[in-house]
Design a protein around this ligand. Sequence first.
Ligand code: DGJ
Length: 800
Amino acid sequence: MICYDEAHHIFKLDTPNTSYVFGLTDESYPGQIYYGKKIKDTDLGYLLREDERPQPPSILRREKAGYFDFYPMEYPSVGIGDARESCIGIRTMDGQEGLELRYRSHRIYAGKRPLEGLPATWDAASAAHSDASSDDVHTTGQKDKEAVQTAQTASCSCSTLEVTMEDEVTGLQVVLSYTAFEDVDAITRSVRVENGGERSVYLTKVLSACLHVEQENLEVLTLPGSWSRERQIQRQKLGYGSVVTESIRGISSHQDHPFMALVTENCTQTTGDVYAMNFVYSGNFLAKAMRDQFDQTRMVMGIHPDRFCWKLEPGESFQAPEAVLVYSDEGLGKMTRAFHRLYRNHLIRGYWKDRRRPVLINNWEATYFNFDTEKLLAIAREAAERGIEMLVVDDGWFGYRSNDDSSLGDWQVNEKKLPGGFTYLAQEVNKLGMKLGIWLEPEMVSEDSNLYREHPDWALQMNGRELGQARAQYVLDLSRPEVAEYVYGMIRDVLSSANIEYVKWDMNRLLSDVGNLTLPADRQGEIMHRYMLAVYGLQDRLTKDFPQLLLENCCSGGGRFDPGMLYYSPQIWCSDDTDAIERLSIQEGTQLLYPLSCIGAHVSICPNHGTGRVTPFETRGVVALSGTFGYELDITRLPDEEKDQIPGQVAHYKQFSHLIRNGEYYRIASWRENHLYDCFMVVSEDRTEALCTYVQVLSQINYKSRRIRLLGLDPDAYYSVTEVSLAETCAEIQGQTAGNEAAAGGGDSTERDGGDIAAADCGSAAAKKCYQGAALMYAGILMPRVMGDFQTRLLHIRKI
Ligand code: DGJ
């Protein structure tokens, strides 16, 4: 719910457990007051410190600049005295760079409007009536009415506030949009800039959100990484000065992630304050936290101002992407569950949103470029026999590509490798009862390609400068409409040529040489954002024209694993690192924000191609189980004892996919922190069922069973705890003659009878006991000692 207290000039946005409050000074400068646990009262204006020196401009006008350098401006602008990081910067046609934004009007309405051309969280009811319940709209241009205005959300699950501010000198209007959700503790913010003046203006910076936190001893949590080492959780103390995480690579990137959280010192999974921001955008971003001289911390997030300059003609507007804000008073776990819930219910869309995804087998690590129809069908046959449901043909099926060096852009099937093309392959794969999926990298072009030979000007490039390759390829200049149109036609033709039910949309390099041969000089700074809008436009068309297509985004692994991409594809390939142990920390960082249902995870071959590590097949299965689950190996060359485990793993994925897709996530222990073991749970919303994944990374001599305290259960309910045995499931499934789906229903039969995990010896035939939720959570269970490194245990917990 959102309300405006007109008597005190206070806006308050409430979610189930949080309040976000800002107010206006007499001179109409919006200032941030509070974000935290829910507060009923709206009269919090005293926190704006209008009585402290330097006073607001109306009282002591000569102190205006000094005042701005202290005031917690809701949307700080450049050039008028606030020397901290601003959110908006402009350059006028006179070359001047100041902007002073004052409140003009606001409206509150039920629901949420889409952001033109951009991914954004949505509300089912307002999506159905896209005019966002105009009955509930309140508008005011004055601040002196008595009533407290509110928007009840009626059938909508959120309400929206739009605050319009104006700069008198340029006529520029800035509309700040806030949405507060009814069913999740999250608030979203976005910004639209409209040129209501008579002259063009250059927007040199338009960030999407700003948050002020007045709390000492804050740390900054970010998710830096690298290729094959994405989203590693990092915490650092915030002293005076700034901490920055950013990308100017044209992708949200492997190296940094569009996420930042301020957390109180000693914040854990269950305790401490967390103020988090995540950006619903896949291109350049800046996130910055700075602690100022008065111990106020400002955190901002938005499109990176480097390489950004957008010319706004009179009457035109610019829409900045959305940022998601989450506050938790119970540590990181509660923050995670808020993000998961928001993304599951209000970001991910389409046919596959709530559906179990097919178990796939991808040929990349099986064959790399070296495959033909025979090889693929051999893999498919063995896979189908073991319950795998989809074959994905990865890179190398088009042009004459047999390595990285050629053919991107020439999206015609290489008939030497695949005679009869996808039409024949799909028919054969479908005969096996499997679906067919393919890999595409539509944003790229190889120098050695017909497309590049015909249209060398279609690559991003700067006049007279030699183009730089990365992975032997160039980036197509999708900011040019004719290039984007060509790319779409190519995608449509391939997908219409056969029964292709899945696409892995890859993108394998950063953007460089960012120049456009058709835009005027003063619009070259728009290219990076125009490029992103074009990618979104393509994926939007694709998902509309092929509504049942399962789209998986990918960017050399997880280089564009962000909420922007999630809006178009319900799953994203998490990382090219498929080593089960390395994956633990990559997936932990990813799970911090994103639901397990969207995290692409596969079982691959050992020794692992990236690390050379050998892990048990069972462990690889358990680690991939906390994602979309699939295989990426040459099944025809797999040892029998590993091949025989596949039906059991597939059965488990099917059995537990409702928990993995919809369960509430609780992290119990992190291998990253303790260097020994990893443990987390997913718990059904009604707390009747849970799955606990335990991975003993390193074994130790001379230790006892390990006490693990479960989380998220109903303390008063009673539960059984059973270890799920992959080996026994496999044996059972092999004994069955029924088909795949029957195996999927393996259910209870997959559990170890008498596998009472709380007994120190798990293998004993102890009678199955039940435990009170309170005992399991507060006192804990005993995880038996396991011999050997890289061992896993999977516990199924059910309410009795
Ligand atoms: C990078 C992806 O992340 C891999 O999974 C694979 O598809 C290769 N590209 C193919 O070039």
